[in-house]
Design a protein around this ligand. Sequence first.
Ligand code: CTP
Length: 411
Amino acid sequence: MLAGKKVVLGVTGGIAAYKAVEVCRRLVDAGAHVVPVLTEGATRFVGEVTFSALASEPAQTSLWHERDPIPHTRLGQSADVVVVCPATARLIGAYTAGISDDLLTATLLATRAPVVLAPAMHTEMWEHPAVAANLAVLAGRGVHIVAPDQGRLAGGDVGAGRLADPSTIVAAVQTALTPPDMAGLHVLVTAGGTREPIDPVRFLGNRSSGKQGHALADEAAARGAKVTLVTTADRPVTAGVDVIRVETAAEMEQAVLARSDAADVVVMAAAVADFRPVDSAPTKIKKADGVPEVVLEPTADVLAALGARKRPGQTLVGFAAETGDVVASAGEKLARKGADLLVANDVSAPGAGFEHDTNAVVIVSAAGIDQDVTLADKRAVARAVLDAVVAARTPTPGRASGLPDPPRSHP
Ligand code: CTP
């Protein structure tokens, strides 16, 4: 998808600028023609020579280049996509306000190509209302925002604002080049593992990190869908996604069933507890009182409930974490729960499943294996899942009955 595409890689002056070198290399490896554009601040962190050596053209840093009197219009008009990595608060503010005071901001204003911004900054700046408001405006204009991660920041601080992983940024560039094939659809996604309280300090939980569900929400939003994310995970999300935070299976059930009728696509990526304690102690259970006996009861199966009330034209996707015969179990679960697609992963495989940044899945439909996605970034897995959703919703000659309705538009 990136082969032969002209990518303007904007780099601004943040400590994460060194990671743009890796993004540049990966884009070139994927066959893209990469033109680096560095702000003056960026050159204080990484030299032009580094980018010039790795990219397809020498790095550019100035509007006043002797060889080319109007570099920004040439770059803006010829780009297939512009990605800014890292995007500082200054760049985001200038771009939102339409200020073009250097080559990169001028190029951003001079392009009609899709734009991807990968913000990186200190947590206080990332959470500042001005930055959040600017990003919401940009998201509303169709700019693809790659939400930063939590982690180590400059100066030894830890928090939200760390540049997203290079593979996630490259995946977002690929997505930006994808047509907005989910525009007009309302997609409801669940993510994370539920926590079932035993007492005010203890809970029964599972190893789900929410990364795959959040990647699905980000990908659906990037493809033009209106997205609602019901999540237990405290992870950043693309601006514009409607986020509902929940903790228990019962809260997730309530949040999902209240919204599912309005959704064209529901993706149950959450690891919902199958059992919960019958009673949750109102005060902390004391060790001195002896080993407690925790009696469990089943939770409601949200996916099965959605399958039972599925309306025509709605596409239902389930997930299954398996350890044995993945495909056989997935096929059985698909039928039992009334889903259209089931994404099965072997959680015992190295690098796949809970807590990892990568995943390897098999997407199963009633017809059998739809796609076999070998170990890939969770954003790439999200793309494959949504490709399967779009394909399942697209009427094909010969599919006589049970065709989903075409996409509906929502206000
Ligand atoms: N799920 C759900 N509600 C539950 C449990 C699971 O909606 N209470 C959904 C998950 O979000 C996921 C799928 O069902 O989409 C995964 O089901 P799983 O737990 O693997 O299936 P089980 O029915 O528990 O089957 P088994 O225990 O036999 O693996």
